[in-house]
Design a protein around this ligand. Structure first.
Ligand SMILES: [Zn+2]
Length: 299
């Protein structure tokens, strides 16, 4: 096991407890783990259990067991978003004090593409019908530019394409974007390695980091694994749960997807495989693409 000697690197894996670990989530966990350990950094786990209606009971425990059965041991305590309501409320109060928030009573039918407010809610603040969602106001000309460690420069016309997003939901639940930003800052995360399905969220999260005067971590977005038809490999598409009894084979499959050197076949434990993979971690080998199929082989 690597020692965590580099205080300038803090990575994390942040699953939602909506089902057991599948190959797609193992790939994301492994990439963030290897990047942290290769750099001598710490690796934290945060359970994104903000949305009780979407939760599958017992899956938080299953995911943590699965990580441990694959040798992916995290540092410190698991942070549970369900216990962080006070921190999110404090961040909302800070945004409200800065005049960045407005309430919105748009119905599902009124909401525009990308979930924007298309009514005249900002003008009707005193006359909205409950229940309301709280949105952060994005100036129309706002662009978010950041350099992804895999994909290079990214420039999102946030004000045009992803305006005025929700930071507190109509059902009273804290919104994902705000919670992630508050928790990344709280946990001192310096490096985020995650699937490219979260690329649009990154621009929104950087915008919130700037409003809240938080540091912006470095980002690396890895390709999403798709099935042969090109569909995302996920709980929604019924990706099979990983069999923890095949942990070594699962790690080897995840390394192959990330185009990492295969550990010699005589390495038969998860600890040996992870030690090899950590030493040889070469993130530049992973194609800089948004998605690729599980079955494709390196050239
Ligand atoms: Zn609205």
């Amino acid at each position: 096991m690597q020692t965590t000697s580099n205080p300038r690197y803090r990575g994390r894996f942040a699953p939602s407890p909506t089902g057991p670990l599948h190959l797609g989530s193992l790939i994301a966990a492994l990439a963030s783990y290897l990047d942290a350990r290769h750099n001598g950094g710490s690796w934290l786990v945060r359970m994104e259990d903000l949305d009780p209606p979407r939760e599958v009971p017992g899956s938080a425990r299953l995911i943590l067991n699965s990580l441990q059965n694959h040798g992916l041991q995290w540092d410190g305590e698991v942070l549970h978003q369900s216990r962080r309501g006070a921190a999110y409320a404090a961040a909302l109060a800070k945004l409200a004090a800065g005049g960045h928030l407005f309430d919105c009573d748009c119905t599902r039918a009124q909401i525009g593409p990308e979930g924007s407010c298309r009514g005249d809610c900002r003008e009707r603040q005193a006359r909205l019908r409950a229940p309301t969602a709280t949105r952060v106001a994005v100036p129309p000309e706002c662009h978010i530019r950041f350099r992804d460690r895999a994909l290079g420069w990214s420039d999102t016309a946030l004000g045009r394409d992803l305006p005025d997003f929700v930071v507190k939901r109509k059902d009273g639940l804290d919104a994902y974007q705000l919670a992630v930003v508050v928790d990344d800052a709280f946990q001192g995360i310096t490096d985020i390695v995650r699937g490219s399905d979260l690329l649009d969220s990154t621009a929104r999260q950087i915008f919130l980091q700037q409003l809240l005067a938080y540091p912006t971590p470095r980002y690396r977005h890895i390709p999403l694994i798709t099935d042969a038809a090109g569909d995302k490999f996920s709980k929604q598409t019924h990706a099979p749960a990983l069999d923890d009894c095949s942990a070594c084979a699962n790690l080897r499959a995840a390394l192959a997807f990330l185009r990492q050197p295969q550990p010699p076949t005589d390495l038969g434990s998860t600890g040996q495989i992870l030690a090899f993979a950590t030493r040889h971690w070469a993130p530049g080998n992973t194609p800089a693409v948004l998605s690729m199929p599980a079955t494709s082989k390196p050239d």
